[in-house]
Design a protein around this ligand. Structure first.
Ligand code: HEC
Length: 377
């Protein structure tokens, strides 16, 4: 009996994490280019040195070509909502930077390129992919602890990322806060490790030992602690993953009182992870799929500081286009509109660029089924 058990444990990762060869190979190339770019991204004088520009441009083009290449692969991931859109969005951002090298300031290009790791992280932590990748030969001595964490998280080297972010939380590099590092750290604990007990243990340590935390940091961490405690004693009553995600989202919305600045981050990170799992199911009914698409967009819209900004719109738009003229499409449209208007509103009112207005109008028609009517006339 014992032997069979051991065999099962050994066999499990292979079946659960069946690798996708084409994507995996591309990712290894992407990783190599990403690694080669690091020395320029961490040192602005090296980045701005005219002698290096050709090399940087070449690396950026290579990275973009690799990502564009992956758009056409016939992979299981392609069917997942948002997968291709994220691949394209990152590749297009790189193209934009490369095209603008001569016209934009080096500071702007560097700022854009430094955001790459956030795109890699957002995609990886969404799809519960394999966690066994490590690169023993990478030398990150020149990076501070937070940048190390970003690099490791972008390339799915989770145990190293976890350690680096924890280090950064205890001793944040100049210009950064403990909370910034801990948010990334929390993603790993809630979505990769699924381990509230360990997270609680570590956060208790931070709250006790790090006496110079700012009050707002202490408050947010204490909110996480409450949620993690609840999680650690939670009984798994919900059988259905979608219902479970929904009840977590409801909990998060309950605690989200803008007046008190509460976020419900732990519940939202968990609910989005579960919704990804739901959307992963190719046999999901249309009714559940459109609900999950709307709910994942809604959840991400409440988690702005954790992933790339455009993530909520990506799922909401998918919901509208896949399920026009449904309640969920209409709700998705209302939410996209709200996100965009808030995003473009400054002290002098809303300044929505023309192209965004056109897009909103188009989405409105699809969401409310007016497109088809017009086509029939
Ligand atoms: C649109 C989604 C997406 C984006 C963006 C993305 N990846 Fe990946 N990555 C994946 C998927 C999916 C896998 C898992 C492939 C498999 O094993 O089936 C993966 C796997 C990896 C792996 C592990 C390869 C292995 O041998 O197990 C590394 C390393 C990696 N990605 C690095 C990166 C880096 C660095 C970036 C950003 C520059 C990035 N990825 C951007 C989806 C993405």
């Amino acid at each position: 009996m014992k032997r069979i058990f051991q065999f099962l444990i050994l066999a499990l990762p292979l079946t659960v994490f069946a690798k996708d060869g084409a994507i995996q190979n591309t990712m290894l190339e992407v990783y190599a280019s990403f690694k080669d770019l690091q020395p320029y991204l961490i040192d602005s004088s090296r980045f701005e040195d005219a002698q290096n520009q050709k090399k940087i441009k070449k690396l950026v083009s290579k990275l973009s070509a690799e990502l564009h290449g992956a758009e056409s692969f016939d992979t299981k991931y392609r069917k997942l909502p948002g997968f291709n859109a994220q691949m394209t969005s990152l590749a297009e951002m790189l193209d934009e930077v490369n095209k603008g090298f001569e016209t934009n300031s080096a500071g702007w290009s560097l700022w854009r390129l430094r955001a790459i790791s956030n795109n890699c992280q957002t995609c990886h932590t969404g799809y519960g992919v394999d966690v066994r990748f490590t690169d023993k030969n990478v030398n990150l001595d020149k990076l501070d602890s937070l940048s190390k964490g970003e690099f490791y998280l972008a390339s799915r080297q989770y145990p190293s990322a976890q350690a680096a972010f924890f280090q950064a939380a205890i001793n944040p590099p100049t210009g950064h806060s403990s909370l910034e590092a801990l948010r990334k750290w929390l993603i790993i604990y809630t979505r990769v490790n699924n381990d509230p007990q360990q997270a609680l243990f570590k956060l208790d340590f931070i709250l006790q030992k790090k006496t110079n935390l700012r009050p707002y940091e202490r408050e947010e961490i204490s909110d996480w602690v409450i949620a993690l405690r609840r999680w650690s004693t939670e009984k798994d009553e919900e059988k259905d993953t979608l219902s479970k995600a929904e009840s977590l989202l409801r909990k998060a919305l309950d605690v989200q009182m803008p007046y008190f600045g509460k976020v419900g981050a732990v519940e939202l990170l968990r609910s989005t992870a579960l919704l990804h799992e739901v959307l992963d199911d190719t046999k999901l009914s249309d009714e559940k799929r459109r609900r999950a698409l709307y709910l994942i967009g809604l959840s991400y819209s409440k988690l702005p500081l954790f992933f790339v900004n455009e993530l909520p719109e990506l799922f909401l738009e998918q919901c509208i286009r896949e399920y026009p003229n449904t309640l969920e499409a209409k709700n998705s449209f209302k939410l996209i509109k709200e996100i965009l208007i808030t995003g473009y509103t400054g002290s002098s009112g809303a300044h929505i660029p023309g192209e965004v207005d056109v897009k909103l109008e188009e989405l409105y028609k699809v969401a409310y089924g007016e497109q088809e009517l017009k086509d029939q006339v």
